[in-house]
Ligand binder design. Structure first.
Ligand code: NAP
Length: 335
């Protein structure tokens, strides 16, 4: 698998990171361990965890795998804290809460220090200088190698980067895919300014970009939307807009013509975007993961990438974004 540098000066990681959100939920431990083995055997070196996944069970599953056969040395581990987990009262970005959440994550993961610790989302009730203070303390303690941000608006990314002023702040996470490009308006410019690499979550739009769903046929069976058509941002009605189907139709046409899969093209487009370090892929089974990892083909030509850019370009609101782009256009290759 290809590798790349995270942010300006972070570690070298694989361009696909394995998301662990399904572990302990859709995926039981033995299968999760097979997925982890499959991923590292394919050259994957980045795992994305969070305390909140399956209420802590996901980190425990990863922890039992890390203890085996020198696995700890084969991967970079990123985890996150901010949201409610049973036995961790006071979920927030407050320093005392994050300190405790980090302790609990290290215990579940069975490690003494984590490569990247990320705040999982925003919290209006905590001043950003308190978050920056927590990061500085965690880095100083040696329990955290690097720090990162997740789901923060652009202004909070820029503010935290200025407050912390430390090159070990290396990454941010946002949902980003051919179906979700709005982070290009504020989040990517702020992250670029701060020198952060993007770990893009939902790179297959939670399965939509594999091409497995068909217009007008409600999903059934063992898929996220088969189990729960109203699930989250990927819900059937919410995501199944004309725009989504137009992008999926166009993606399938490109895939057929190039003899590649829609998932391969969607991921290849994504990891080729400026500012993207890695796509955090999820899977419910080893079979799915083998398709995703084994199916990642060569980087796209400029022409195909440009076609996919055009196909998926979101309508830009006239004001402020279209107006500002006219007044002060971004240089070629930047968003
Ligand atoms: N920072 C955050 O707030 C945040 C939020 C969400 C996720 N994340 C991270 O990002 C990771 C990935 O997120 P995601 O799971 O939404 O990403 P994704 O890669 O877009 O979607 C993964 C889902 O797509 C379906 N899928 C995958 N391969 C398939 C295949 N070959 N054929 C058919 N369906 C396939 C599976 O769902 P089915 O159940 O439908 O089979 C799978 O669970 C997570 O594990 C987590 O680490 C972070």
């Amino acid at each position: 698998m290809r590798t790349t540098t995270m942010g300006r000066k972070g570690p070298e990681v694989s361009v696909l990171g394995l998301g662990t959100m399904t572990f302990g939920a859709e995926t039981e431990q033995d299968e999760a361990h097979r997925m982890l083995d499959t991923f590292v055997d394919a050259g994957g070196t980045l795992l994305d965890c969070a305390d909140v996944y399956a209420d802590g069970r996901s980190e425990e599953i990863v922890g039992r795998w890390l203890e085996r056969d020198g696995n700890r040395t084969r991967v970079r581990i990123a985890t996150k804290g901010r949201f409610a987990v049973t036995g961790q009262p006071g979920a927030s970005l407050r320093a005392d809460y994050l300190r405790y959440a980090l302790d609990r994550s290290l215990a579940r993961l069975r490690i003494s220090d984590v490569d990247i610790y990320q705040v999982h989302g925003p919290d209006r009730s905590t001043p950003l200088d308190e978050v920056a203070g927590f990061f500085a303390e965690a880095l100083q303690s040696g329990r955290v190698g690097y720090v990162g941000l997740s789901n923060l608006p652009g202004w909070q990314i820029a503010t935290l980067a200025a407050l912390l002023d430390d090159e070990r702040l290396i990454c941010h996470q946002t949902q980003y895919s051919l179906l979700v490009r709005e982070p290009e308006w504020e989040i990517f410019p702020a992250a670029r300014h701060a020198g952060l690499g993007c770990l893009a979550w939902g790179p297959l739009a939670a399965g939509w970009l594999t091409g497995k769903y068909e217009r007008g046929i409600r999903p059934t069976g063992a898929s996220r939307l088969g189990k729960d058509p109203n699930r989250g941002l990927e819900a059937w009605e919410r995501r199944g807009t004309d725009r989504t189907w137009t992008i999926i139709d166009g993606l399938r046409e490109h895939a057929d013509r190039l003899r590649r899969t829609p998932a391969d093209l969607a991921l290849s487009w994504l990891v080729g975007r400026p500012g993207v370090t890695a796509a955090l892929v999820g899977a419910r089974s080893t079979r799915q993961l083998v398709e995703t990892v084994g199916g990642l083909g060569a980087p796209l030509t400029d022409e195909i990438a440009a076609d996919l850019d055009l196909l998926s370009a979101p309508a830009v609101p006239d004001y402020p974004y279209a107006f500002l782009a006219e007044l002060d256009p971004a240089p070629e290759g930047e968003r």
